[in-house]
Design a protein around this ligand. Sequence first.
Ligand SMILES: NC(=O)c1ccc[n+]([C@@H]2O[C@H](COP(=O)([O-])OP(=O)(O)OC[C@H]3O[C@@H](n4cnc5c(N)ncnc54)[C@H](O)[C@@H]3O)[C@@H](O)[C@H]2O)c1
Length: 437
Amino acid sequence: MPTPVEIAPAQGKLGVLLVGLGAVSTTTIAGAIAVRRGFAKPIGSLTQMGTVRLGKRTEGRSPRIDEVVPLAGLDQLVFGGWDIFEEDCYAAARTAGVIEPSLLDRVRPELEQIKPWPAVFDQRYVKRLDGPNVKKGRNKRELAEQVMDDIRRFKADHGLDRLVMVWCGSTEVFLTESEAHASLQAFERALEASDPAIPSSMVYAYAAIKMGIPYANAAPNLTADIPALTELAAQTRSPLAGKDLKTGQTLIKTIIAPGLKARLLGVEGWYSTNILGNRDGEVLDDPESFKTKEESKKSVLDYILQPQLYPDLYEDLCHVVRINYYPPRGDNKEGWDNIDLVGWLGYPMQLKINFLCRDSILAAPIVLDVALFLDLAKRAGMHGIQEWLSFYFKSPMHAPGLYPEHDLFIQLMKLKNTLRYLKGEELITHLGREYYD
Ligand SMILES: NC(=O)c1ccc[n+]([C@@H]2O[C@H](COP(=O)([O-])OP(=O)(O)OC[C@H]3O[C@@H](n4cnc5c(N)ncnc54)[C@H](O)[C@@H]3O)[C@@H](O)[C@H]2O)c1
């Protein structure tokens, strides 16, 4: 039997720092409180409902994940966050319009207590937004110090034991890695000089990681996935995860594509279009923010279908992704996929998918799981990129030189095997010879 990893107990309170109190954050917070109070069920959350099989199939051992590894309970969570708007979490949840007022009103007092701290914000990085609740500072280093002060104050005021941070802010404009990101030294110089290569999201990420706080990115923008911040995470032993939550159309894509490939069905074209009417949709209406999202959405099929190994099936695949801002639909996104398939002897077929989803309803359980699993990783001494959390992301962070794993089922196996490894249980390979020997 392998030896279990030593994991510090999940004692005391866990502070969950959310950057941006928009649709995703408020749905996460209101949802976690509603579940805690017994008003609703945490559907879609592995940490709250998932099980993990241990040992042989004949043993019948499938405990709940939270019985296998020590996770913080919902009643131990305290939420805090930043936004460029001053609305408290209740008002922000009403603006987002995801959860019905009748349920929000039942958790209203708790939500009203969560008032966003002034944000680090610069419109250069999110062109469609502007708001009054913004920090001022001499340079970006000073702004990072102010974020660290907010975190220290929050920790002291609520007597918190540990913290995690998740960026749930708007998608920033497309940026590529540059010299300012190459090392921690270069990054800190760039903070001092307020280098434009450092968007607001990186200022928060730097502040969290500097304090040894686990950090995840729920959006597709370049944030913690730069050498400077992975170097800092190694120094401060902070776990990292990201990026861009796998919800909606991409979730379905990473469920369907592995199935088609498993049966070696060819794909000639995959046309994906969406209508979305929330603030995220409005931000993504800006071509520069959309480019960040498009990059994140488009790479998925290449990695899953592996055209370099199967040129006859996937080499000329035409993959188109569109997001259309359509206000009447609010957070209730509608996605259409048309897949042009090729079968035996080259015969064409078509598959149409029409997904009427609720974006933030799919995203909230992920934010909760990622926060709880990152806290677990920290207590288990795991730091740097947590590839086992790829399951939750459209563009999973990965070590340099590795390709990211996008197949949802491989990702789930990786996640559950990591839990078995932490617990000192045999990993499950699904070979199963022993049942027939
Ligand atoms: N909803 C989903 O299913 C989903 C899936 C994947 C990724 N995402 C990403 O998650 C992020 C949040 O999505 P959402 O639907 O909640 O969007 P939203 O527009 O409702 O919320 C984002 C919030 O972030 C705030 N904000 C922007 N810049 C900020 C800054 N520098 N500091 C503090 N606050 C800032 C905005 O004011 C807004 O309130 C987006 O980037 C989105 O692309 C969402």
